[in-house]
Write a protein that binds this ligand. Structure first.
Ligand code: ADP
Ligand code: TRP
Length: 314
């Protein structure tokens, strides 16, 4: 008997160069399972507009994120790779989702509060960001969303908006589940805080050898002579505790040597993907996006039609 595949979707904002936190938190978990699902991989460029004001940078970042998806091993024949802004169903359902939730509810969002605390402009787009994300997911009847820990609440917000819609209008949209893997939900940056594009504490996923070296050398270590936890935490993404513990024990206090070992391991992991990435042209990326948007629309139009009919706008 044919069983229908479940649906998987994730998205990354095109707000800057991807880092190893994005990779281990969201992209790798997607790559590992996407062939078992009917899969969608989006570039969230309208979300990036909440923080990027430079059109050239947004354009370049958007193409680069797709290039990164391909270099990370996503086959565009087996996943629908598309750009959010190419499909207006996202902004339309985003508006409808906005009408499902209250201002005090959105005011509780950690991500919004954290970004504002960091000095990012509290524009209205940033405030309603979780409802555009709810639309991204609801349009495709998604079961599972691989993300980092920082997105857990956004998935709760997605379910809340969908739940309110369904209670008001009858079962129309599917409630998704987040998939957050143990140990990689929060990848720490060079300063020991969550690695983030906006914190200047990243190790770039496709950095040059020199950039990786520079980032590793900048990892903050204390001077107690014990294990340098910030170095070890990043190293654990690449190797098991059983492999690393004897090395860290044998090199106690030799932070420079341990950082060199980490640099070499990062280089060995990044170099093959970097080589693939260098072969991917802008034309290839454009082709992938052109094919992706048609496949995405074929699914989202069906959902949006049901939604419009349910709410009385048809
Ligand atoms: P950033 O915080 O760097 O701007 P995004 O908000 O675009 O990154 O996040 C894209 C995806 O990567 C999300 O699923 C997010 O949870 C994940 N992610 C981002 N930073 C980390 C991190 N430090 N550790 C684990 N996952 C992360
Ligand atoms: N908000 C996510 C982030 O900052 C990006 C995103 C937008 C997303 N739409 C999505 C992630 C839909 C998963 C599903 O990382």
């Amino acid at each position: 008997m044919l069983t229908e595949k479940k649906r998987l979707l994730t998205g990354l904002q095109s707000s800057g160069d991807l880092h190893i936190g994005n990779y281990f938190g969201a992209l790798k978990p997607f790559v590992e399972i996407y062939k078992e699902y009917e899969s969608f991989l989006m570039v969230a460029d309208y979300h990036a507009l909440t923080s990027v004001r430079n059109p050239e940078a947004l354009r370049r970042n958007t193409l680069n994120v797709v290039r990164d998806y391909l270099a990370a091993g996503v086959d565009p024949e087996k996943a629908v790779i598309f750009r959010q802004s190419d499909n207006q169903d996202h902004t339309e359902l985003g508006w409808i989702m906005n009408c499902m939730v209250t201002v005090p509810f959105l005011m509780q969002a950690h991500s919004y509060k954290d970004k504002v605390a960091k000095g990012i402009e509290p524009n209205a787009g940033l405030f309603t960001y979780p409802m555009l994300q709810a639309a991204d997911i609801a349009l495709y009847n998604i079961d599972t969303v691989p993300v980092g820990e920082d997105q857990r609440q956004h998935l709760e917000y997605t379910r809340e908006a969908i739940g309110k819609f369904n209670r008001a209008y009858g079962e129309t949209l599917k409630e998704p589940q987040e998939m957050i893997l143990d140990g990689v939900g929060v990848v720490l940056g060079t300063d020991g805080l969550k690695m983030s594009k906006s914190y200047r504490n990243t190790i770039p996923l496709f950095g040059s050898t020199e950039e990786i070296q520079k980032a590793v050398m900048s990892i903050v270590t204390d001077s107690t002579g014990d294990r340098p936890e910030n170095v070890y935490a990043i190293h654990r993404l690449l190797k098991s505790a059983a492999e690393l513990d004897p090395i860290y024990e044998a090199n106690k206090g030799r932070y420079g040597d341990l950082k060199k070992l980490l640099t070499a391991d990062l280089e060995a992991f990044i170099a093959p993907m970097r080589e693939v990435r260098a072969t991917i042209t802008d034309e290839m990326v454009q082709e992938v996006l052109a094919a992706g948007v048609d496949k995405a629309k074929a699914v989202s139009h069906v959902t949006l039609k049901k939604v419009r009919s349910a709410i009385g706008i048809d």
